[in-house]
Design a protein around this ligand. Structure first.
Ligand code: C2O
Ligand code: CU
Length: 544
């Protein structure tokens, strides 16, 4: 195992993906930011030097952070932000996971431009559980606005101006005609595509004309090889897939397009599609026929999105696979959706009818570690306050007390060390209907089942997959549907559980789990590193 060291200079730079030049915060001046390459078992050290004008943290999305929860980089959960002109060094081991993950700023909106890939390859003595690819190719999908990222906190979030593939908007956009992502391939060779959805707020379909791909990992967990012509990734999800250049020498477009399960009357028409090009060696624009265009799913094609999400299974017996624990210690039923703040009438996100308020002066984990009272309450419920027709609810005039009015507070759930937790996440239709991508920090969960309507334990519990369920860190909870998750709380610390639509964070669609210490010092939360940023300097609490 090696120590892999990076320096992240965070600076504001001018970029121009479309016609308008825009000052954005970047890491080392690039969009997307630098790719980190490690092997499983390595120690990663990243020195973050903040020369931007923003308060930032860097979160290592999907990394287990075993015994290193202070390095999770969740703003006001595990640390105060790194303020302009301050530095912080993240240092942690990467153990028990292989594949493609994401690093990103964990401050509202800043994830838009402060992100990059974290690629974890097997130890040098180990192999992939699939044939060695000829080459590896990184595809990061991003969302671009011709506006200051600070302004994105306007709610509802404005429609983005383009999607980007590896920072490029492609030829369907003004001032971007010659800035299209192109992948050169050799006929007959197989490529490992490492695909990451770094968009702030959009689920995305991805498809390559005339080619199938074979999914081999999602969220840095190996899967049973799964052949598909189309993929759907929520913000925060990754897919590793093999692509064989098995078509006639020529050119083939790859398209990304928004998937919006909300409904046809969404107020945010996702009318943007971005494309890149696959060019076979030997193809010339004069000799070859025009590049083939993939037939994309309709933007509200829930069937296709759901098929891709739910058909994936884990590679039983593969590297790092562990069987599903059969005994459950803690059973939770958590609703996710929107409601209204009663006094103000403002829309609020909620989990079990609580709207999470980010601590303003002391990060949650410090409050927990030092027993500082008044920062949070340990009362996040295992059930919503009401049994209710969540998925079919039609707003009525008699909706007093009917899961319409969440309460704003910093409410967390405490879990005993090593307990097995099962969570039914039930999507609601109380204000909107849309798919929420729920993300858990610090752990992968098994996704035991997905379904539509209200989760019915007598009907649905029997259908759960306890044999080879996929494992993920981010799951698409279907619009008007549910998922069942299971994980083992074996890592002490404070871990966020939240919707990965960035725009839903300031609405409070968040809770956190405090995983208590185990019996030994080895299994206990250690004191914070001495250089952990403090909130006392020039820090202004974020407005959200
Ligand atoms: Cu990728 Cu809490 O986020
Ligand atoms: Cu959401």
């Amino acid at each position: 195992a090696a120590i892999v060291e990076h320096v992240f200079h965070v600076t504001n730079v001018l970029v121009k993906p479309l016609c308008k030049e825009q000052m954005i915060p970047t890491v080392n001046g690039s969009l997307p930011g630098p790719t980190i390459n490690v092997r499983e078992g390595d120690t990663l050290v990243v020195h973050v030097i903040n020369n931007s004008t923003y308060n930032i943290t860097i979160h290592w999305h999907g990394v287990f952070q075993l015994k290193s929860s202070w390095m999770d980089g969740a703003n006001m959960i595990t640390q105060c932000p790194i303020e302009p002109s301050y530095n912080f060094t993240y240092r942690f081991d990467i153990i028990g996971q292989e594949g493609t993950l994401l690093w990103h700023a964990h401050v509202v909106n800043l994830r838009a431009t402060l992100h990059g890939a974290l690629i974890i390859r097997p130890r040098s003595t180990h192999l992939y559980p699939f044939p060695k690819p000829y080459k590896e190719v990184l595809l990061i999908f991003e969302q671009w606005w011709n506006m200051d990222v600070g302004l994105l906190s306007i709610q509802p979030a404005p429609i983005s101006d383009a999607y980007l593939i590896n920072g490029l908007a492609g030829d369907l956009y003004p001032c971007s005609k010659n800035r299209m992502y192109k992948l050169k391939v050799v006929q007959g060779k197989t490529y490992l595509l490492r695909i990451m959805n770094a968009a702030l707020n959009k689920h995305l379909f991805f498809k390559i004309a005339n080619h199938n791909v074979t999914v081999v990992a999602v969220d840095a967990v190996y899967t049973t090889p799964y052949v598909s012509d189309v993929m759907m990734l929520t913000p925060g999800q990754s897919v590793d897939a093999l692509l064989t250049a098995d078509q006639a020498i020529g050119m083939y477009y790859m398209y990304i397009k928004s998937y919006n399960s909300a409904d046809q009357v969404s107020p945010f028409p996702p009318n943007t599609t971005t494309r890149g090009l696959i060019v076979y060696e030997g193809a010339t624009s004069s000799s070859s026929s025009p590049a083939a265009i993939p037939l994309m799913p309709e933007m509200n094609d829930q069937t296709t999105a759901h098929r891709f999400s739910s058909n994936i299974t884990s590679l039983v017996g593969g590297p790092h696979w562990t069987p599903v624990p059969r005994h459950v210690d803690e059973t939770m039923f958590v609703t996710v959706g929107f409601g209204f703040d009663k006094p103000s009438g403002e829309v609020d996100g909620s989990l079990n009818n609580y709207t999470f308020v980010l601590p303003k002066t002391v990060p949650l984990q410090e409050a927990y570690f030092y027993n500082i009272t008044g920062v949070y309450t340990d009362d996040f419920p295992n059930q919503p306050p009401l049994r209710f027709d969540y998925a079919n609810f039609e707003p009525r005039t008699d909706y007093e007390n009917m899961m319409m009015y969440p309460e704003r507070k910093t409410s967390v759930k405490t879990l005993g060390f090593n307990t097995t937790v099962e969570i039914v996440v039930q999507n609601t239709k109380i204000v909107t209907k849309e798919s929420h991508p729920m993300h858990l920090h610090g752990f992968n969960f098994y996704v035991l089942g997905y379904g539509f309507g209200n989760y019915d334990p007598t009907r649905d519990a029997r259908t759960l997959n306890l044999v080879n369920p996929q494992m993920r860190n981010t799951v698409a909870v279907p619009s008007l549907g549910w998922v069942v998750l299971r994980f083992i709380a074996n890592n002490p610390g404070v871990w966020m559980f939240h919707c990965h639509m960035d725009a839903h964070l300031p609405f409070g669609m968040i809770t956190a789990f405090i995983v208590l210490n185990g019996p030994t010092p080895e299994t206990s939360l250690q004191p914070p590193p001495s250089n952990l940023p403090q909130c006392s300097r020039i820090y202004q609490p974020p407005t959200t």
